[in-house]
Design a protein around this ligand. Structure first.
Ligand code: NAP
Length: 345
């Protein structure tokens, strides 16, 4: 990956320098998918410590409720180390659960309707939920599982929530621009060429082509974010690559395989030791992009940030706007066949 550092998030991954809100007179809302685990967990923790009301959208109520308990305990532990001045200036936000299953498009539409009944505003949407290197499976909506989880579902969720972010901008023009963050991956480089999404890459051996499917889904994710930057100046669209984080549940399919799982576990941990970062470190760039008030539509829309908080460049395939348009058209058409209308960017 090329790593041209033409710009960086202003506070260079210093989370304390990001604004702390007092929710009793500045209530701001964040919506994160998959906030119960891995990078999402640490992202939620910091947003909570910075005073945000966060909707943790997940498919398992019990896992999300348990993680809310754990997040509250961690926040209490962190705040116990604050000075009295810090305690007077920093306020906790709120944590809420919202049911969503990215392998079922109806569940996304229901989640959006439920969210609208609860909130009028949305300041930050973080498309964090993802799945990696799974065996070939079709969802109930007849998309390949990785394509739907990493790309189609985030696109549907984003386009359905976008009007709320736009209205939030109109209502609070002086606040930092509402923003949408999408977690792509270094793994988007596994797509060595542009594959038409009609080709669901169901080839053998799975242990190779599953990575290509992941790569293509993450390329398509970058594409849809690029297409949405064309849409309007009211919302900021940022894509991030958080680094290699080997100790999240993303690798669970491989490490839980009977017999060979332990071998993969060792392999991933050795790899992580040399090249990886922790979940906490990986989440930092997501938190920066979510909270940095200096990121603007004029200067930063459509950028791709790497794990060090610097602007980076995704692959040529991911950056190509003709491919991005093809991805968009294919997806809008497929969704329309399934009864879901997506407005043009
Ligand atoms: N780890 C890395 O090295 C790395 C590198 C680059 C990019 N990323 C990206 O970072 C994001 C977070 O990954 P992570 O490493 O933190 O992995 P993780 O711990 O496995 O977290 C993934 C989250 O996505 C949720 N999720 C998966 N399928 C879902 C579905 N069908 N519906 C709703 N939620 C679903 C999971 O929920 P459950 O708990 O219910 O399974 C979990 O909360 C992903 O988009 C990943 O592609 C990760």
């Amino acid at each position: 990956m090329s790593t041209s550092s033409s710009s960086s998030t202003s506070s260079s991954l210093d989370l304390d320098s990001l604004p702390y809100l007092n929710p009793s007179h500045d209530r701001r809302i964040a919506f994160i998918t998959g906030g119960n685990s891995g990078l999402g967990f640490y992202t939620v923790l910091q947003l909570y410590l910075h005073g945000y009301t966060i909707y943790i959208a997940g498919r398992s109520k019990s896992r999300c409720i348990n993680s809310i308990k754990e997040l509250k305990n961690k926040a209490t532990e962190i705040r116990s180390k604050y000075s009295s001045q810090e305690l007077n200036e920093r306020f906790l936000g709120d944590l809420r659960f919202l049911e969503i299953d990215f392998s079922n498009l109806n569940s996304i539409l229901t989640a959006v309707e439920n969210f609208k009944k609860l909130e009028d505003n949305l300041h930050i949407l973080i498309n964090n939920a993802g799945a990696m290197a799974l065996p070939y499976t079709l969802t109930t909506d007849k998309f390949e599982i990785q394509l739907q989880t990493n790309f189609v579902s985030p696109l549907v969720l984003t386009t359905k929530l976008l009007p709320i972010l736009e209205k939030t901008k109109d209502k609070f023009p002086k606040l930092p621009t509402p923003r949408i963050i999408y977690l792509s991956s270094f793994g988007h480089l596994f797509a060595l060429k542009y594959f038409s999404l009609t080709n669901d890459l169901n080839y053998s051996p799975n242990f190779i082509f599953t990575w290509v499917r992941y790569g293509m889904a993450k390329v398509a994710g970058i594409h849809f974010m690029k297409m949405l930057t064309l849409r309007n100046p009211k919302v900021l669209f940022i894509t991030v690559h958080p680094g290699l984080i080997m100790n999240t549940n993303l690798f669970a399919y491989w490490t839980r395989l009977p017999m060979v799982g332990i071998m993969f576990w060792c392999l991933f941990h050795i790899f992580g030791y040399f090249f990886g970062v922790t979940s906490k470190e990986g989440a930092n760039v997501v938190i920066q992009c979510s909270l940095d008030p200096n990121l603007t539509v004029e200067n930063d829309n459509g950028k791709y940030f790497g794990p060090d908080g610097n602007e980076s460049q995704p692959s040529l395939i991911a950056s190509n706007m003709d491919y991005a348009a093809r991805t968009w058209i294919w997806t809008v058409h497929e969704l329309s066949k399934r009864g879901i209308t997506i407005p043009n960017p």
